[in-house]
Design a protein around this ligand. Structure first.
Ligand SMILES: [Zn+2]
Length: 66
């Protein structure tokens, strides 16, 4: 079952290594992404237009699942 609807072109930048990050469709605030470059967990702080505000997520000793 596919529920693809609006495809916003969002972009983000890793606050640690400045790599450019293309978030998955439907990304939401407080969601955790992983930088493809430095593998840092990044939390979505919010949006500025099409720009994703990312900050380093606190390290939690937990299995993220997925
Ligand atoms: Zn990075």
């Amino acid at each position: 079952m596919s529920t693809e609807q609006l495809a916003f072109v969002l972009r983000g930048e890793c606050p640690i290594c400045a790599a450019s990050i293309a978030p998955p469709n439907g990304v939401e605030e407080t969601e955790i992404l992983t930088c493809p470059d430095c593998q840092s967990p990044l939390v979505v702080d919010g949006f500025e237009g099409q720009l994703l505000r990312l900050s380093e997520a606190p390290r939690i000793e937990e299995d993220w699942g997925e």
